[in-house]
Design a protein around this ligand. Structure first.
Ligand code: ZN
Length: 158
């Protein structure tokens, strides 16, 4: 994929997150973990989230590999949801997936996403939407997992 169609500032932010990802490490104290894959691109994200007793995300980390967009998105997502409650984080994941599908959203909701909001431009690259949403999907599934009472769910299902 050529990123040349992207606004150059956006491209710089995306590349910076991909080259120097934030929170790219496994957590020793994770309460919720999830592995997701995007087979069309070979992207893999193993997400670790630590929730405290009030369901606030006190720590988050990811490992994995894949294209620039997937890794950059995971870095931005981790930054954006750090310190948020589970409900806030789930709302952000919904906003993100709506945004990359080209649905309208309140500016306030988009601002919540922080750097991740710039991935709205991925809408011009339909083939890469899955790459961008992979990390948010991992987050959604990691956070909802215990509510589903399905701790044994096989990981890496695509
Ligand atoms: Zn990808």
């Amino acid at each position: 994929m050529s990123l040349s169609k992207l606004n150059s500032l956006y491209r710089e932010v995306i590349l910076d997150h991909a080259d120097h990802p934030h929170h790219k490490h496994a957590l020793a104290d994770a309460t919720n973990t999830m592995t997701v894959k995007n087979p069309t691109c070979g992207d893999v994200i193993n997400l670790d989230v630590a929730l405290d007793t009030n369901d606030v995300i006190t720590n988050i980390g990811f490992t994995g590999e894949g294209c620039t967009i997937s890794q950059s998105s995971a870095s931005m997502m981790s930054d954006a949801v750090m310190g948020k409650s589970k409900d806030e984080a789930l709302k952000m994941a919904k906003t993100f997936s709506d945004m990359v599908m080209g649905k309208e959203h309140d500016q306030a909701d988009l601002d919540e996403l922080d750097d991740a909001a710039i991935l709205s431009s991925i809408v011009s690259f339909p083939a890469r939407i899955k790459c961008a949403t992979l990390a948010w999907w991992a987050l959604q599934r990691a956070l909802l997992r215990d509510e589903q009472g399905d701790q044994t769910e096989s990981e890496g299902e695509a």
